[in-house]
Design a protein around this ligand. Structure first.
Ligand code: FAD
Ligand code: NAD
Length: 476
């Protein structure tokens, strides 16, 4: 007789493994199937996020930031260091260790929650059967009451710059370089382009980023994008906007790139080229034709607001469905679906999902940008507070940037918060909570913030909304 589970999850990234653990917590029998193989040939749970995305990129951002600060900032603090040298092998070893520990942690969590972790390929068949092809061993047909598809995404490949895993690489390749390229080209000034461009620029590469759009960070608030563009330029990141790449030819010594921008046809030579122009949903061989799953025109699995596919009892979560491709969005969808399967009431508030770019300064936001509020026609008021006026930021030697708050004029509700500056990725959590609770500006104004702290800038921005900031001149 074939094995059977209450829930089978295909994919163990942050969407899938969290769904599996939550379903098990709710008393369901659960299996989670994943085929991920790392570059050392070893299988691991955790998906893109833990193996090739969020975690390793943050490890490299932290290490390279420390190197940069040791080289450029310590002397300001009165710390003499002598020559600072890079040991890239040690830095990469640390990254790999963090990844190994965290992915091993998921295997431990599966055990503790009695989730059956299955290593291999999963394919949904008709009738909620799943064909499991183990990494070694025989194909098995498993059945389930409910199936959650959490197959994630993969980098988009450009026809004119195909990945060769050597000269033209994707973000995963760019995270695991064993030598610092002298000249690194990056196609795409999105989140990955900026984060990984920053890593290698801090470690000594001359980094050029080619971005097709004319606007820098088009998805961010304009004031925030302006500060970020200035700071990245000062750090030596050469970001070329309106640059449309027409060809990239890899040779023995590097990559020759042609692109068109406002000044005409250009060429550039790089040692290596990272292509980071977005990611696409990964659904290859994920379901049989007669399984009833529908894809939209961009390849995402079609789901409703509660992540239900067209097939009763089959759900899809994370990067393989609509919405921002963010780990925390996928995880919350995983929790929601597990709760729904167990008969609980659950929802995801898609209006309140924070975005963070882990550059220096960090960039973070939640809710609407000023342009979006303006376009909605709602009357609004804006306040901002610069970190240059924050005692804590001064003590940290990190005074670039600001907190900006946008609130409605009619009922004082906070509509959006945009931060560029130190620890923006941590500071945004308070704004997320405020928006989740539909807080008014006055609620934040009346909340006591510790002194001296970066969070005071959030408080002061809320005061500035009503022209009553205390530590910075208000608008006349
Ligand atoms: P994934 O993490 O992609 O996991 C899907 C899993 O499913 C994989 O392990 C895959 O092997 C498995 N799988 C797929 N099909 C099958 C099958 N048929 N059978 C068996 N297994 C299968 N997001 C953030 O929120 N914060 C960040 O800081 C951040 N940094 C990033 C940095 C980089 C360089 C990259 C590339 C991404 C980053 N992201 C970040 C995005 C984040 O990684 C994704 O949004 C997140 O991993 C999506 O989770 P997921 O579970 O949907 O899919
Ligand atoms: P992205 O969508 O953030 O940025 C892609 C950029 O490439 C855009 O600015 C786009 O205009 C540009 N582009 C597209 N085609 C181009 C072309 N032919 N030539 C030049 N530029 C071109 O995508 P990404 O940086 O690849 O990241 C993928 C996903 O991973 C994102 O959705 C992001 O949410 C997620 N991610 C998140 C984090 C984080 O949360 N900190 C970090 C990394 C990745």
């Amino acid at each position: 007789m074939s094995r059977s589970f209450d829930v089978i999850v295909i994919g163990s990234g942050p969407a899938g493994y969290i769904a599996a653990i939550r379903a098990a917590q709710l008393g369901k029998t659960v299996a989670c199937i994943d085929e991920w193989k790392n570059k050392d040939g070893k299988n691991a749970f955790g998906g893109t996020c833990l193996n090739a995305g969020c975690i390793p990129s943050k490890a490299m951002l932290e290490s390279s930031e420390l190197m940069h600060r040791a080289q450029h900032e310590f002397k300001t603090h009165g710390i003499k260091t002598g020559t600072i040298e890079l040991d890239l092998a040690a830095m990469q070893k640390r990254r790999a260790t963090i990844v190994r520990q965290l992915t091993g942690g998921i295997a431990g969590l599966f055990k503790a929650n009695k989730v059956e972790g299955l290593v291999g390929h999963g394919k949904l068949l008709a009738g909620k059967h799943v064909e499991f092809t183990p990494a070694d061993g025989e194909v098995e047909i498993i059945s389930a009451q409910n199936v959650i598809l959490a197959s994630g995404s993969t980098p988009i490949e450009l026809g004119i710059a195909k990945f060769d895993d050597d000269k033209i690489i994707d973000s995963w390749g760019a995270l695991e370089l064993t030598e610092v390229p002298n000249r690194l080209g990056v196609v795409g000034a999105g989140v990955i382009g900026l984060e990984l461009g920053s890593v290698w620029a801090r470690l000594g590469s001359k980094v050029t980023v080619l971005e097709a759009m004319d606007d820098f960070l088009f998805m961010a608030d304009r004031d925030v994008a302006k500060v970020a563009a200035k700071d990245f330029k000062a750090q030596g990141l050469d970001i070329k906007l309106g640059a449309k790449v027409s060809s990239a030819k890899a040779g023995k010594s590097g990559v020759s790139v042609s692109y068109d921008d406002a000044n005409g046809s250009q060429t550039a030579e790089f040692d290596q080229l990272v292509v980071a122009v977005g990611r696409r949903p990964h659904t290859d061989n994920l379901f049989a034709e007669d399984a009833g799953i529908q894809l939209d025109e961009r390849g995402f699995i079609v789901v409703d607001d509660e992540c239900r596919t067209r097939v009763k009892g089959v759900y899809a979560v994370g990067d393989c469905v609509r919405g921002p491709m963010l780990a925390h969005k996928g995880s919350e969808e995983g929790v929601m679906v597990a709760d729904i399967i167990a008969g609980e009431i659950a929802e995801v508030n898609y209006e309140v999902i924070p975005s963070v770019i882990y550059t220096s300064p960090e960039i973070a936001w939640v809710g609407k940008t000023e342009a979006e509020v303006k376009a909605s026609g709602r009357a609004y008021k804006v306040g901002s507070f610069p970190f240059a006026a924050s005692g804590r930021a001064k003590a940290m030697e990190q005074t670039s940037g600001m907190v900006k708050m946008i609130s409605s004029k009619d009922d004082d509700e906070i509509l959006g918060v945009h931060i560029v500056g130190p620890m923006a990725g941590e500071l945004i959590a308070e704004a997320v909570l405020a928006l989740e609770f539909s807080a008014s500006t006055e609620d934040v104004q009346r909340t006591i913030h510790a002194h001296p702290s970066l969070a005071e800038a959030f408080h002061e921005a809320s005061l500035a909304v009503d022209n009553r900031a205390l530590n910075f001149p208000n608008k006349p």
